[in-house]
Design a protein around this ligand. Structure first.
Ligand code: SF4
Length: 507
């Protein structure tokens, strides 16, 4: 017999943490359990062929467990359908957030033999034992069990040396979130559950000893328990102190309105290129926040972002969501301009998606929410934003990524945005689309030419446009709003920060 754990990652560089948790917790089945990771966009036949090449050699039972996510559900559905055609004897078990809710109607669930919803660390190995050794499971759907956190074996030793060298290493010090933002799957968690910190830090230590330098924390709220946050940050600061020429890079998700002084002090010790925060603002509109049950002190959040930009070297990636119930274009624009004024390195302009299981659907009727029925279930219209306007926002988001978040137009961007960033960029976005009829595959040279053309149309002289664009091409980044004051060590440490962040951070 053999057990294959498979998933389609969004990119090769993303190593699946979920599959590694399953493998680590297989108990006496671990020796017969093997990981098979694929990347979306691969041919279905290739994936099926590779899985079949690894089925049980002795003609015994083969179980394939698929990790199903919003980004791979369509392709995984095809893989499962083909597997069932060419090898119906294979037992297919599904798990993952995309099949954990509203599963009855899903085609992929109908085709599979079993489904594990929610936490699979314990439920999946138990189900495999029953399939292999009996008694045969009576039910198709198995509700995942949430064991005490100390009963879950940590999976980090399963990152191979190749993973450590070439892929992003995802780690988590806790699962869950105590907040209830209705557009988010974590809203269903009710609380956050920490792993035993000493064990977790020991795993980080061994990953570091094996050469890991880039750590991405998937904890939903890193700054929930400040004592824990400080200990984790200290781990990285100790590594930076001991190895200034071989630095680490850590990424955390923060809630923006909770940054006590002790945490600020720790953050301010990190040199440039070693720390990144993803911060969810989502909306600055208090009425929208109340509607979607998001508790956020906007003033505190803004102060903290300003502090991070002026007093630390952390790279900031801040999220806003367009299309929330109760938000019209004008109120979104006000929030966007407010955020631009705080000058984070990147603004992720997201469009609302209806994740399966999230409570946001309670507003569907009252706020005219229309979602695409196909993954990723993006909002198409609301009672305040019609379909055509929503498509303009979608293009704005894409072009914002190309022009602003890319860091390639650092000197040009402030000119392009002027005093009314949202309106000016929207006008540019509409014009750019009229010229290109595309939002993808626009070569950088062509984009730069079009940015220049737009600025000339706004009345800027050739000389000014050429000067500013050539500065960007010369790769000289602008000064940050004010020089960080507290960081003294390792100011010029070599950086392992991903390229885009490095472009934003070079000072
Ligand atoms: S958006 Fe963030 S804070 Fe809100 S429930 Fe989700 S993870 Fe928690």
């Amino acid at each position: 017999m053999t057990i294959l754990l498979a998933t389609l990652n969004a990119r090769y560089s993303h190593a699946s943490l979920g599959l590694r948790y399953l493998q680590a917790n297989m108990g006496d089945l671990q020796g017969d359990t093997h990981l098979h990771e694929f990347v979306i966009g691969s041919k279905t036949t290739d994936i099926v062929e590779k899985l079949l090449a690894n089925k049980a050699a002795d003609g015994g039972t083969t179980i394939v467990g698929f990790g199903v996510y919003i980004w791979n559900i369509e392709e995984t559905t095809k893989v499962v359908a083909m597997l069932k055609c060419v090898a119906p004897e294979i037992v297919i078990v599904l798990g993952g957030p995309e099949v954990s809710y509203e599963s009855e109607q899903q085609q992929i669930v109908k085709q599979a033999d079993y489904l594990v919803t929610g936490w699979g660390d314990i439920a999946f190995p138990e189900l495999c034992q029953q399939i292999l050794n009996g008694p045969k499971p009576l039910m198709k759907t198995h509700i995942g069990k949430q064991p005490p956190m100390e009963d879950i074996t940590l999976p980090y030793a399963l990152y191979s040396d190749h993973d450590i060298k070439h892929r992003t290493l995802y780690v988590e010090a806790s699962r869950g979130c105590p907040f209830k933002c209705e557009f988010c799957l974590s809203a269903l968690d009710k609380t956050a559950w920490p792993f035993a910190l000493d064990n977790f830090l020991a795993e980080l230590e061994s990953l570091h000893a094996r050469g890991a330098r880039l750590f991405k924390f998937v904890d939903r709220t890193f700054n929930l328990n400040i004592k824990t946050s400080l200990k984790i940050m200290q781990f990285f600061l100790d590594k930076l102190d001991a190895n200034p020429d071989d630095p680490v890079f850590a990424h955390f998700e923060l809630v923006p309105d909770h940054l006590p002084d002790a945490l600020k002090e720790g953050i301010s010790k990190f040199p440039a290129g070693t720390l990144q925060f993803e911060i969810g603002i989502q909306s600055f509109n208090p009425e929208v926040q109340t509607l979607v049950s998001r508790k956020q002190n906007n003033q505190k959040a803004a102060e903290n972002i300003r502090w991070l930009m002026t007093e630390s070297h952390a790279h900031l990636h801040v999220d806003l969501i367009a299309g929330l119930p109760g938000e019209d274009v004008e109120s979104f624009a006000r929030g966007f301009d407010q955020l631009v004024a705080l000058q984070p390195h990147e603004i992720q302009f997201g469009i609302l998606k209806r994740l399966r299981g999230t409570p946001i659907i309670r507003h569907t009727e009252a706020y005219g929410l229309v979602f695409d029925p196909h993954p990723p279930y993006t909002i198409l219209a609301t009672d305040r934003i019609d379909f055509a306007t929503m498509q303009r926002l979608v293009r704005f988001s894409r072009y914002w990524d190309l022009v602003a978040n890319s860091g390639r137009f650092a000197h040009t961007l402030p000119i392009l945005l002027g005093a009314t960033p949202f309106n000016n960029f929207m006008a540019f976005s509409d014009w750019l689309y009229s010229k290109t009829d595309a939002t993808h595959r626009i070569a950088l040279d062509r984009l730069a030419g079009l940015v220049g053309q737009w600025l000339r149309l706004q009345g800027l002289s050739d000389a000014t446009v050429n000067a500013v664009l050539s500065t960007d091409y010369a790769g000289q980044p602008p000064k940050l709003p004010s020089a960080p004051k507290k960081v003294e060590k390792h100011e010029h440490a070599p950086s392992v920060a991903p390229q885009r962040q490095a472009r934003h951070l070079v000072a």
